[in-house]
Every structure is written in structure tokens, then in C-alpha cells.
Design a protein around this ligand. Structure first.
Ligand SMILES: C[S@@+](CC[C@H](N)C(=O)[O-])C[C@H]1O[C@@H](n2cnc3c(N)ncnc32)[C@H](O)[C@@H]1O
Length: 382
């Protein structure tokens, strides 16, 4: 399969059609007797995805798998971040997939093993790693079978369970993932110092802690304020404390660490808007640490259900957006003015606000429609 696709003429045809209409292309007859148009389109989609998600694979000789495997693969941005927090001698990825995570996460390890049940996919990964001159042991089997036979231990075991059920719908409970982590967690921690599992950003943290008692660390990873992954770390030797970290990659914003459970013991003070207004980034909002933020930065919250904070003096290193703003009356807003509109804990959505006030989107200034304890308010950048 790889050889046919890597034929020079086939590659030239793929590269010449990188921007072609793929639906139209699929209706055409393949110019090559031994390569179908579907296979060609698969390679084009692979290169297009690589441009956005894993540009290190835009190299001569690399082969791409079907769309589902491309979608399931991590982006190099999050993989690179995770690679900085892992090191040791032996690394195993039990759900290799297209191997993006494995490629990065294993950088600081000597012996690397990849397990994947899908033989065609693993064959592609093994071929690509040859091109990239990266060595590993490739095992084509179900990880449950591997775990049953295995007698080795590993410094780090990594898993990125398939997050789709048989109907290809996205699922968010651990029981619905493949593999079922709840069933294999004891086995995993018995053969490794550190088990690292990537999960959906939609998964509930309290639920995770309740079903995985050996968690000692949780990382909530956003890229440009879009939460991409919740990563949990398990160990047989955990002390009972769980350190959580919120990160927003490709932003200037500081990372924030706290202990799981801190939120229950923290309290917020409340106030009407003062000179500075703060909106936490989405990794903080995902963590749900609304009172921790208030305490840690000495900020007051506008309302129990408004996760917007305020202060008279600007605080440093806030993990989110900080702006100088003033309260305005709706009547002061002029039609056709341009604003970035934010609606939080407010009955109208930004689109509806835009229509009601006849505003234009964009520009440098912000309008926040929200509620303080005294009722609805509008805040405008100063
Ligand atoms: C989400 S993908 C992994 C993507 C990968 N982290 C990457 O960056 O490319 C999950 C993979 O796990 C594999 N998988 C799921 N259950 C498995 C099992 N029980 N044994 C072996 N592989 C399994 C699937 O075939 C799929 O390729």
C-alpha cells in the first residue's frame, strides 16, 4: 500500500491536487491502475490535516491513514506540551493510533513500545517512523491481550482511548471509551510508575476523581483558549492529594496550579464593577475554580453565577483577559458602533444584542453584557 502511494507520479498527482475540490475529484477516474481515487483523496486529506495539526509530517515519504484516524490523532501543539512533562527509560503507548502523541511523548525515553489493534494503521505508523528515523517496537494486538501476556514494567504508560462508540458518536463516560480504563486501571498501575491518560475536555472532573482513585495530577490543556484535553496521571503511590493545572497554550497567560478540592474551601467576595474587569480563560472555567480565583488573586466576583471578577488595582499574571472598563447605560450605546460583544449570565446572546443595539462586530473595544448582584449591567472598554 505505502509503495503504490509513494510512487513519484502518484505523489506528484497528490501534490498537484492539494487544493482541488475533493468531492469533484472523487467522481473522476483514477489515472493510476493500482491506486484508487479514494486512496488519493485520503492522502490529500492527510496532507491538509497535517498542515493544521502535525506539520512535522509534511515530509517526503510520509503516508496518511483514513480520516477517522486523522481526526482522533492529537495535535503536535498539545503533544509537544505533554512531552515536556514526561521522562524516563521505558515508554509504552497502548492506544497508538496515528502515533502523534507517541512520537512526541516518547522523546525523553530510551525504549519505546506502541500497541495498536488496527493493523493497517500500525503499518502506516511503522512506515512513517522509519522515514522519521525513530525506533520503536510495534505490537499489533488488543491491549487487553498485551496486558495479559506482558511481564515487563514501564516508567510511563500512555493511553488516549478511542472516544467514539460504534455509531461514531462522541462519548464522554469512561465506561463508553475503548479501552474501558475503569476495568484496567489496577493492572496499569501495577506495572508502571505513572499512567497518563488523555480524555475529552467535556469530561467531568469530579466524576473522574470518583472512578479513578489513583489520580495524583490533572492537567486541563487549552490552545488559544479552546480546551483540547483533560489529561489525568495515575500512580499506585499517590498521597491522596491531587494537583491540578490549567494551561492555555499559545497565549501569554500564566498557568495556574491548585489542589483538587480547594474550591470547596474557598470563598468569593462580591462587588459591583471596579476599575479592572477580569474574565478567566476556558481552562479555568472548565476547572470550575471560581472561588479559588477570587481568593488567589484577591479579586471580587460580580455575582455568584457571573464568572467575571473586578478590582481597583490591576493584578498580575491573571489566567485570562484583564481590561479596564466602565459601566454604561444601554442608551449611551450608539448604533453602528463596532465592538467585540461578550454575553455572560445575561438573557440575550451576542447575536441578539448586536441586533437590538444595531452594533457591528469586531474592532478593539469590548462590550460585556452581564449581571452583578444588583442586576443587569453593561460594561464598556475604556
Ligand atoms: C484516539 S486514538 C489515539 C490517537 C493517538 N494518541 C495519536 O496521537 O495519534 C485511539 C486508538 O486506540 C486504539 N484502540 C482502542 N481500543 C483499543 C484496544 N482495546 N486495544 C488496542 N488498541 C485500541 C484505536 O484503534 C485507535 O487507533
Amino acid at each position: 500500500m505505502e509503495e503504490k502511494l509513494l510512487n513519484k507520479e502518484v505523489q506528484n498527482y497528490i501534490n498537484a491536487n492539494l487544493h482541488s475540490d475533493l468531492h469533484g475529484l472523487l467522481l473522476k477516474k483514477s489515472p493510476f491502475p493500482d491506486v484508487s481515487m479514494q486512496e488519493i483523496v485520503q492522502q490529500i486529506k492527510g496532507k491538509q490535516t497535517a498542515q493544521k495539526k502535525f506539520s512535522f509530517l509534511l515530509k517526503e515519504g510520509i503516508v496518511f491513514p483514513p480520516q477517522l484516524n486523522l481526526e482522533q490523532a492529537s495535535s503536535e501543539k498539545t503533544a509537544l506540551y505533554k512531552s515536556n512533562i514526561l521522562k524516563g527509560k521505558t515508554f509504552i503507548d497502548l492506544t497508538s493510533g496515528f502515533g502523534i502523541d507517541a512520537y512526541y511523548l516518547s522523546q525523553k525515553f530510551e525504549k519505546i513500545t506502541l500497541v495498536e489493534q488496527n493493523s493497517e494503521l500500525l503499518e502506516i505508523v511503522s512506515h512513517n517512523w522509519g522515514i522519521l528515523e525513530k525506533k520503536a517496537r510495534f505490537l499489533n494486538q488488543k491491549l487487553e491481550d498485551f496486558l495479559a501476556e506482558n511481564r515487563n514494567t514501564f516508567d510511563v504508560i500512555y493511553l488516549d482511548p478511542a472516544r467514539r462508540d460504534q455509531n461514531k458518536n462522541k462519548v464522554f463516560l469512561l465506561e463508553d471509551l475503548s479501552p474501558n480504563i475503569i476495568e484496567i486501571q489496577d493492572k496499569l498501575i501495577s506495572i508502571s510508575n505513572e499512567v497518563v491518560i488523555k480524555l475529552s475536555p467535556l469530561i467531568d472532573l469530579k466524576y473522574l476523581v470518583s472512578v479513578l482513585p489513583n489520580i495524583f495530577r490533572i492537567e486541563i490543556i487549552a490552545v488559544k483558549n479552546d480546551v483540547k484535553e483533560v489529561v489525568v496521571f495515575l500512580s499506585g503511590e499517590n498521597s491522596g492529594q491531587i494537583i491540578c493545572k490549567c494551561v492555555n497554550l499559545e497565549s501569554e497567560e500564566s498557568e495556574l496550579e491548585y489542589q483538587f478540592g480547594d474550591e470547596e474551601n474557598a470563598q468569593s467576595e462580591y462587588s459591583d464593577p471596579e476599575k479592572f474587569i477580569y474574565i478567566p480563560n476556558n481552562s479555568i472555567l472548565k476547572a470550575g475554580i471560581f472561588n479559588v480565583i477570587s481568593e488567589k488573586f484577591g479579586l471580587k466576583k460580580l455575582h455568584p453565577n457571573t464568572h467575571i471578577y473586578t478590582s481597583n488595582d490591576k493584578v498580575k499574571n491573571f489566567p485570562g483577559r484583564a481590561m479596564e472598563m466602565e459601566v454604561v447605560d444601554g442608551k449611551q450605546i450608539k448604533k453602528k458602533e463596532q465592538f467585540n460583544i461578550i454575553s455572560k449570565n445575561y438573557p440575550l446572546k451576542p447575536e441578539e444584542i448586536k441586533k437590538k443595539y444595531g452594533l457591528k462586530d469586531g474592532g478593539e473595544s469590548y462590550l460585556i453584557f452581564t449581571q452583578s448582584k444588583k442586576g443587569k449591567i453593561i460594561l464598556k472598554s475604556v
